[in-house]
Design a protein around this ligand. Structure first.
Ligand code: ATP
Ligand code: MG
Length: 380
């Protein structure tokens, strides 16, 4: 895979993120990936298709100079400040999920956001460059405020998290950020901050990142098994990467399909039918050859379902096989790391140390550009 291709694909995919200044400020032309998750629970299939699959592709492309994966615990605390135990235990759970999926500590630095003070310092300076009304316009923030029922009691920390996210991205001079569709407004906000900072302080310190979205529409925002909203740790509608075969079976068998498809012979609907949405996201033609050879591909299966004569259970059993095939090696690797937690902690310590060094360098450059590097200047 060529990462220039990734960037081109993204430019085509994401009009919001277009900019002719793209990466102009990346003096060293380094290719750096940064992404992360809020440690608010274990990772689920939405994370896998929305971001982890792309991270693995980029990590394994051999084209990155550096890869950073962040556990956004400080961000998770903005709406879980009263439940630090959940956040702390999720730091380990998410790391186990990363390693289980194939994030390779020899190629990627996995680090913990709260342990890098430089990130918070950058946030303070960036806050001056963003207006309250600009944050209020952010559609993802709006949705999340509603979802969490904050009404007029929005914690300031939560409200400003897009600015802190800009610090996370720019501290590493990330050029590519593989995330789900809901993060598009955050990347756009980051790009605005980069332009504003470089313009205001007449420098080229910060680098504009490009978003890297999933290639397939079903993966942009994978819905939960209830078909109600996007799959989310906070909504209790998720299939976790660490679910056992038994748990997975229960969830797949209870998935929302077409409520009017009552008898096998009834014609069924594909739109809004979670089983077909998930097959769109996870299955390929080889899976049909292996597990359901009477159909060549998903189009044929859909066609039969719409015509009538195909029962939900048969389609669900196929989906179950597809998912188990994908999850089996993940479960196996997870079990190894669960039994070697000392290795996991060492990976986090090393990753955090490496990340801190890079963020420290960027903060120095930022302070120089803002002319608040007093002692460096006075002691020259
Ligand atoms: P929370 O409910 O705590 O916000 P979450 O499940 O939304 O958790 P995040 O940690 O906010 O997960 O998101 C991590 C990454 O996974 C982001 O890049 C996000 O876009 C992506 N992602 C999360 N849920 C989905 C989904 N259902 N489909 C596609 N991508 C997703
Ligand atoms: Mg989220």
């Amino acid at each position: 895979m060529n990462v220039n291709n990734i960037e081109n694909i993204n430019k085509e995919n994401s009009n919001n993120c277009k900019s002719d200044k793209s990466n102009k400020n990346n003096k060293n032309n380094k290719k750096i990936m940064l992404t992360g998750d809020r440690p608010t629970g274990k990772l689920h299939l939405g994370h896998y298709v929305g971001s982890i699959r792309q991270r693995l592709e980029i990590q394994n492309s051999g084209e990155m100079d550096e890869v950073f994966i962040m556990l956004a615990d400080a961000q998770a605390l903005t709406d879980n400040f009263d439940n630090p135990e959940k956040v702390a235990s999720s730091v380990i759970e998410c790391t186990l999920d990363y390693l289980a999926c194939g994030i390779d500590p020899d190629k990627a630095h996995i680090f913990i956001q709260s342990q890098i003070r430089e990130l918070h310092e950058l946030t303070i300076y960036y806050m001056n460059l963003v207006t309250v009304s600009r944050v209020q316009r952010n559609p993802t923030v709006k949705t999340e405020i509603k979802l969490r029922g904050f009404n007029n009691n929005i914690p300031v920390g939560f409200f400003t998290y897009p600015i802190s996210q800009a610090s996370d991205i720019t501290a590493f001079k990330a050029t590519i950020v593989p995330v789900g569709e809901d993060q598009e407004p955050m990347i756009e906000q980051t790009r605005e901050i980069v332009r504003s900072f470089n313009r205001t302080y007449n420098c080229d310190v910060l680098v504009e990142p490009e978003i890297y979205l999933p290639p397939n529409g079903a993966c942009l925002r994978l819905p939960g098994i209830d078909g109600q909203a996007k799959m989310s740790k906070s909504l209790g509608n998720a299939i976790y990467l660490s679910d056992t075969e038994e748990e997975l079976k229960k969830k797949v068998m209870s998935m929302y399909t077409d409520p009017e498809h009552i008898r096998v012979e009834d014609p069924g609907k594909i739109e809004g039918n979670m089983v077909f949405t998930y097959l769109e996201a996870f299955s390929n033609d080889e899976d049909f050859e292996k597990f359901l050879p009477e159909y060549k591909n998903l189009d044929e299966l859909k066609e039969h379902y719409q015509r009538g004569g195909l029962g939900d259970v048969k389609v669900k059993k196929f989906l179950l096989k597809v998912l188990n095939q994908m999850l089996d090696p993940i479960r196996e690797r997870r079990s190894y790391y669960e039994n070697h937690l000392d290795e996991v902690i060492k990976i986090l310590e090393d990753g955090t140390r490496a990340a801190q060094k890079v963020a420290g360098e960027t903060l120095k450059e930022v302070k120089r550009a803002m002319k608040i590097n007093y002692f460096e200047e006075w002691n020259k």
